[in-house]
Design a protein around this ligand. Structure first.
Ligand SMILES: NC(=O)c1ccc[n+]([C@@H]2O[C@H](COP(=O)([O-])OP(=O)(O)OC[C@H]3O[C@@H](n4cnc5c(N)ncnc54)[C@H](OP(=O)(O)O)[C@@H]3O)[C@@H](O)[C@H]2O)c1
Length: 281
C-alpha cells in the first residue's frame, strides 16, 4: 500500500477505510472484511459510536498492531482539557489500544473558544504516548495559524470535505504550503451525482475503471489521503484497486474544473454540530 510521510516523520497509508455511518453492530464485520482485503488504515471517531467494532476487528484479524494505522477524533462536545483527555482515554478503551496512530480535533468550533486548549491537550497526550501523531479536521487556514502561533506545533494532517464538486481550494493550498497532508473526507461525495457525471463516466470507460476509481485516483494524484466508506466487499475491493493506472494531466484538469464551491455539509466557521453525533457519545 503506497504511503505518504507526515511532517513528524511517520508514515500514513495513502488509502484507508472510513467508517462513519456504519452501525456499531456491523462495524466489526465491515472492518474485518476490509483488513482481509488488504486495507491497513481505518478512520473512525469517538462521535461515530463504532470504535468498539473497529477494536474487535483488529483483534479478529490477528494483524500485528503496527501494521494497521488507526485514526480517531475528539468530538465537539469534548473540547477543553478535561473533556478532551477523558474522550481520548475512552476511545482507547473502546478500541482496545494503548495508542492511536493519529488523533484529530474533529471540528475547530470557534464559538467555544477552546480550540487552542484542546490542541495543547493533544500535544500533551502525544507526549504521554497515547497518540503517535496529532492533527486537525475541518480547520480553515486561520484556525491552523492560530494554533501554530500559540503552541509552535503544526498538525500533521487537516481532514477536510473535498470532492470534485467541492474542492476546498484555500484550505487545500494552505495545507500544501505548510506540509500538512490533506485528508479528503467524503472523497466520493457520498456516492452522489459525481459518480453519475457523464465526464467521469466517459473517463472511467476510457481507463477501464469505475467512476469511483477515477475519483479516488484523482485525489491520490493530487497528493491527498483518502478513506472512502464502504461496507460492501465488492466496493471495498474496487476502491483499493486504484494504484494500477494514471490519469492524464488533461483529465486531472477536467475534474478540477467540476468544482461548484457547494459543500455537502456545514461550514466550519459556523461552529456546527455542537451536540453528540451518535446518542451517548
Ligand atoms: N472529519 C469529518 O468531519 C468527516 C466528515 C465526513 C466523513 N469523514 C470520514 O470520511 C469517510 C468517507 O466519507 P463518507 O463516508 O462521508 O463518504 P464517501 O466515502 O464519499 O462515500 C460513501 C458512500 O459511497 C458508497 N460507495 C463507496 N464506494 C463506492 C463505489 N466504489 N461505488 C459506488 N458507491 C460507493 C458507500 O456505499 P456502500 O457502503 O454501500 O458501498 C457510501 O454510501 C467517512 O467514513 C469518515 O471516516 C470525516
Amino acid at each position: 500500500m503506497p504511503h505518504q510521510v507526515l511532517n513528524d516523520g511517520r508514515r500514513i497509508p495513502s488509502l484507508g477505510l472510513g467508517v462513519w455511518d456504519i452501525a456499531q453492530d456491523e462495524t466489526a464485520a465491515a472492518v474485518l472484511q476490509a483488513l482481509e482485503l488488504g486495507y491497513r488504515h481505518i478512520d473512525t471517531a469517538a462521535a461515530y459510536g463504532n470504535e468498539r467494532g473497529v477494536g474487535q476487528a483488529l483483534v479478529q484479524s490477528g494483524l500485528p498492531r503496527d501494521e494497521v494505522f488507526i485514526t480517531t477524533k475528539v468530538w465537539n462536545t469534548h473540547h477543553g482539557r478535561e473533556k478532551a483527555t477523558a474522550s481520548v482515554h475512552q476511545s482507547l478503551e473502546r478500541l482496545g489500544l494503548d495508542s492511536v496512530d493519529l488523533l484529530l480535533i474533529h471540528w475547530p468550533c470557534p464559538v467555544l473558544g477552546l480550540t487552542t486548549e484542546t490542541w495543547e491537550t493533544l500535544i500533551d497526550l502525544q507526549q504521554q504516548g497515547l497518540a503517535r501523531s496529532i492533527g486537525v479536521s475541518n480547520f480553515e487556514p486561520a484556525h491552523i495559524s492560530a494554533l501554530v502561533k500559540a503552541t509552535g506545533v503544526r498538525p500533521v494532517v487537516n481532514q477536510i470535505e473535498l470532492h470534485p464538486q467541492f474542492q476546498n481550494r484555500a484550505a487545500f493550498e494552505f495545507n500544501r504550503q505548510n506540509a500538512i497532508i490533506t485528508q479528503a473526507w467524503s472523497p466520493l461525495a457520498r456516492a452522489g451525482d459525481v459518480l453519475r457525471d457523464p465526464l467521469i463516466a466517459q473517463m472511467a470507460a476510457r481507463y477501464g475503471k469505475s467512476p469511483a476509481q477515477v475519483v479516488l485516483r484523482w485525489h491520490l494524484q493530487e497528493g491527498r489521503v483518502v478513506f472512502p466508506k464502504s461496507s460492501n466487499a465488492e466496493r471495498q475491493r474496487e476502491n483499493l484497486q486504484v494504484f494500477d493506472f494514471q490519469l492524464t494531466r488533461e483529465d486531472l484538469q477536467a475534474i478540477r474544473a467540476m468544482d461548484t464551491g457547494q459543500r455537502l455539509f456545514a461550514d466550519p466557521n459556523d461552529s456546527p454540530y455542537l451536540e453528540p453525533l451518535t446518542p451517548g457519545t
